[in-house]
Design a binder for this molecule. Structure first.
Ligand code: FAD
Length: 483
């Protein structure tokens, strides 16, 4: 590569930081410039240590099922800081008619892996339980096109299991509308099981482990919690380690990018710096690791179809109320990793996550840390309420569901506007079209949570691919200049 090849990375969330890290790894001499509009790096990842609590304002763990986040931690030398979720509380609760029920043991997202706990559960009516278990008799769909979570779940398990169990467990992860959420883009493996084994119960039976789990622990319900880890000192550890590995001069905060234009083999970038001055510079390649609506604005002047596809991916907003409480003030223990609330319950809080039950060291002794989620794609109007109102609704929820009587020792409220992309039916086809359109701009790559997965591992994967794309482009250019 010729000296002075410059790459711009737009956005300093996990996607942008990881893209910068992988560009440097592939080509250490490259001149790198990362632009972040806010005053700190990490995007939605933010950890605060306060009065013995470890507060996560955004993500609080990541999956090890896909290798990319764990590999990055290894490459950063922080893998020894990862801790798994606490084993004894690995289960989820669900609200029904104002009361809490455990998610039947072995029921994972939308797959029953054990029959007896479902038969014994009072969460569903007898008819609902029978219909759920009759899933093994439902023939697979012949049309292999995409469908919504609601369509898939109702077709296979019936309306009741969908409303009371599957909708809150699955669409809660994406704060999504279940009638629009794409099965193909979010829960593809369950569709594959239907095609391969004829149904999800049949798949569970065929894929069941042949030996009992060591230690004889009850198997988890809700999400597959055994697969999740977090750094001991919080998710910020990952961000700080990335920032430390990148050359200080290459990272800029307080810089809002507002224009990008290709011209004569270069990418001309315009931004406003922390002093409000407009600046511009030409780059050889660019990784756009911004939320897709902002990426759409940048691409619009030179690629309207790609910009339109980007702009068509909606994003939902949510607020998180974080409460630090004394456990003695609870009438009912927080026995699980959290609870989810079906949309048909018409409550304000979508879900509650019991941070101090998931990981050690999240709250001082005799205290608990709870995060309550409000808003999402189906209740956006709740974010019009002020912070005090949102916190009051969160406290009320703890009072009604857990008999909480007390005053929290810690209260925080964070709002994440347009933070969660919504993968609607047909999402993957639209992304494939977008990727084809981007072939016309080889020095440009996109990374982030709007494309092929919202989780941290998928964001890191998208960053790796974006880094490989721009480095390959620059190598190719150098090769043709030399010949
Ligand atoms: C509340 C919440 C909880 C979550 N929980 C989990 C979880 O537990 N596990 C998990 O795996 N995933 C979780 N996710 C998903 C995951 O955290 C995100 O998808 C991921 O962190 C997004 O990273 P990103 O870098 O793509 O985007 P972002 O974090 O949004 O970063 C984009 C960056 O671009 C910057 N920017 C914006 N405009 C400009 C501009 N014009 N110029 C320069 N910079 C700009 C922003 O300031 C921001 O720093 C959660 C997400 C949310 C919102």
């Amino acid at each position: 590569m010729s000296r002075g090849s410059r790459v711009a990375i737009l956005g300093g969330g996990i996607s942008g930081l990881a893209a910068a890290f992988y560009v440097r790894r592939l080509w250490p001499e490259i001149e790198l410039h990362l632009f972040e509009q806010s005053s700190s790096f990490g995007g939605v990842i933010r950890t605060e240590h306060v009065d013995g609590f470890l507060v996560e304002y955004g993500p609080d763990m990541f999956s090890t099922e896909e290798p990319w986040a764990v590999e990055l931690c290894q490459q950063l030398g922080i893998d020894d800081q990862l801790v798994g979720t606490l084993e004894q509380h690995r289960r989820a609760l669900v609200v029904w008619q104002g009361r809490l029920y455990p998610v039947p043991e072995g029921f994972v997202l939308l797959q029953p892996r054990k029959m007896w706990p479902i038969l014994a559960s009072s969460l569903l009516s007898l008819k609902g339980r029978m219909r759920l278990l009759a899933e093994c008799l439902v023939p697979p769909r012949t049309d292999t096109g995409d469908e919504s979570l609601a369509s898939f779940a109702i077709r296979r398990f019936g309306q009741e299991a969908f409303e009371r169990l599957i909708q809150p467990l699955v669409s809660g992860i994406y704060t999504a509308d279940p009638y629009q959420l794409s099965m193909e883009a979010t829960m593809q493996r369950f569709r594959q099981m239907e095609q391969q084994y004829g149904g999800l119960i049949r798949a569970a039976w065929r894929l069941r482990p042949r030996s009992k789990q060591p230690g004889g622990h009850r198997s988890a319900s809700g999400a597959r919690y055994g697969l999740f880890v977090a750094p001991k000192e919080g998710m910020q550890t990952l961000v700080d380690a990335l920032v430390q590995q990148l050359p200080g001069g290459s990272l800029r905060t307080g810089c809002r990018v507002h224009q990008l234009s290709p011209s004569e083999g270069k990418w001309h970038l315009h931004w406003t710096n922390r002093d409000g001055q407009c600046c511009d510079q030409a780059f050889d390649a660019v990784v756009v690791a911004l939320p897709n609506d902002l990426a759409a604005q940048l691409l619009k002047p030179f690629d309207v179809p790609a910009a339109n596809l980007l702009a068509a991916i909606p994003r939902s907003s949510a607020a998180i109320a974080v409460l630090g409480i004394r456990t003695a003030d609870l009438a009912r223990p927080l026995d699980g990793f959290g609870y989810v609330c079906p949309l048909v319950e018409n409550r304000r809080v979508l879900a509650g996550s019991f941070a101090s039950m998931k990981f050690p060291g999240r709250a001082p002794p005799d205290h608990a840390l709870v995060r309550l989620f409000l808003g999402g794609a189906c209740q956006p109007e709740l974010l019009e309420a002020d912070d005090q109102q949102l916190l009051a609704w969160a406290r009320e929820e703890l009072e009604t569901l857990f008999g909480y009587r007390g005053t929290p020792v810690l209260e925080r409220l964070v709002r994440w506007y347009r933070a969660m992309p919504q993968y609607h039916v047909g999402h993957l086809d639209r992304i494939a079209t977008l990727e084809r359109l981007l072939e016309a701009h080889p020095g440009l790559a996109l990374a982030g949570n709007a494309y092929r997965g919202v989780g941290i591992p998928q964001c890191i994967r998208s960053a790796q691919q974006a880094a490989a794309r721009v480095v390959q482009y620059l190598q190719g250019r150098r090769g043709s200049a030399a010949s």
